[in-house]
Design a protein around this ligand. Structure first.
Ligand code: COI
Length: 366
């Protein structure tokens, strides 16, 4: 049964003027709304203390388990304002189910799907004024997360867990997004091993991606592309924050199969939409050699990344190192592909209510 997240309004909201200035140029993840939703779990009481209150720092004991063993998971989804002023979420049920799977993998208690949805919706309603009105890829990014807050140093599943949702007005994730980005193919670092946490959305996966991200920047790239754990010529997995999709001259939309990668909401939606673009959706392993030879002989015509934060981001080139030799290659002419841009527009049109929601993906909140 879903529980309410009753609202206690903040007594010190951000002024209207300051909020307007923030919403004009929010960037990504830099500013936060006035409230947060939260709940607590213990074995004795289960989930309790559901509420929406003023956004405030936590008070954590220095031995809190999350600070030592990273027992933590999170989600990312957005609230979009439509032209008529209404506010909608995109497939939040998908996030709720993935959050539950991540919780199981990290030995955290499962938050019921209805509680996930209610917490997100109540926070959006409390902070509705923070949902940007201009449709230029601005939205309210929502970040549900859960962590081990129990104070103890032994290694076991924690018996006190904090769940919260915070919200942050957002513009495009990559400032130069639509012009295309270049990925660094990491041969020094992998993202996840067999049986590891690759399919879970846990902070540890992102922490371990940071050294590779630094390496990618040093090599003049925007993001990293991880391969599987068999080494430098393995299967493509995912980028630091996004799933990967290839368009082929045979009319396929190919993306790495699930298993060790994140089951992305955008990835899943694009697979469903592929047919509308004359593309056959295919989920299968893809090797780096296949990508390189496909880019060279023109059988891979476009590549893009898909994620909630980044939406659909064209990938125009790759760089890497193999057997001590650097290499670089572009996809097509090194500019964003036509299908990529069309899919991106269509996704945004659905999310902002400009295209009919034939899949029933949008959920109205306000
Ligand atoms: C998202 O796309 O929502 C993510 O979680 C990626 C990133 C900002 C960590």
């Amino acid at each position: 049964m879903s529980r309410a997240f009753p609202l206690s309004r903040t007594t010190g909201p951000v002024s209207e003027e300051e909020r307007r200035t923030i919403l004009a140029a929010p960037g990504f993840g830099k500013f936060f709304t006035d409230h947060m939703a939260s709940a607590t779990w213990t074995p004795a009481k289960g989930w309790h203390d559901h509420k929406v209150t003023a956004l405030a720092p936590y008070s954590l004991h220095p031995s809190a388990a999350v600070l030592h063993y990273a027992q933590e998971i999170f989600e990312g989804l957005k609230a979009y304002r439509h032209a008529d002023g209404s506010v909608w979420l995109f497939r939040p049920e998908f996030n709720a189910r993935r959050f539950a799977r991540s919780a199981e993998r990290l030995a955290l208690p499962v938050l019921p799907e209805e509680d996930f949805l209610t917490s997100v919706e109540e926070l959006v309603r409390a902070d509705e004024a923070w949902v940007p009105s201009s449709p230029d890829e601005k939205s309210l990014y929502l970040r549900p997360f859960m962590f081990a807050s129990e104070a103890f140093l032994g290694v076991r599943p924690a018996e006190q867990i904090a769940y919260s949702v915070i919200a942050s007005p957002a513009g495009p994730y990559f400032a130069g997004g639509v012009t295309g980005i270049t990925l660094w193919v990491s041969s020094n670092y992998t993202r996840a091993g067999r049986g590891g946490t690759g399919a879970a959305k846990c902070g540890g996966n992102y922490a371990s991606s940071l050294a590779a991200q630094i390496e990618s920047r040093k090599n003049g790239c925007d993001q990293v592309l991880f391969l599987d754990d068999t080494g430098g010529e393995g299967d493509l997995e995912e980028s630091g924050t996004m799933n990967l999709c290839l368009v082929t001259s045979a009319g396929e939309l190919v993306t790495p199969a699930l298993g060790n990668i994140l089951d992305g909401v955008t990835r899943d939606s694009i697979l469903s939409l592929a047919g509308e673009f004359g593309l056959t959706p295919v989920e299968r392993p893809i090797t780096l050699s296949e990508l390189r030879s496909g880019a060279a002989d023109g059988t891979v015509t476009e590549v893009f990344a898909a994620g909630t934060a980044a939406v659909v981001t064209p990938i125009v080139g790759f760089k890497g190192e193999s057997k001590g030799e650097g290499y670089a290659f572009t996809i097509g002419t090194g500019t964003p592909g036509k299908q990529t841009l069309a899919i991106r527009e269509h996704m945004l049109d659905i999310q902002y209510g400009r295209a009919e929601d034939v899949h029933g993906w949008m959920r109205r909140v306000v």
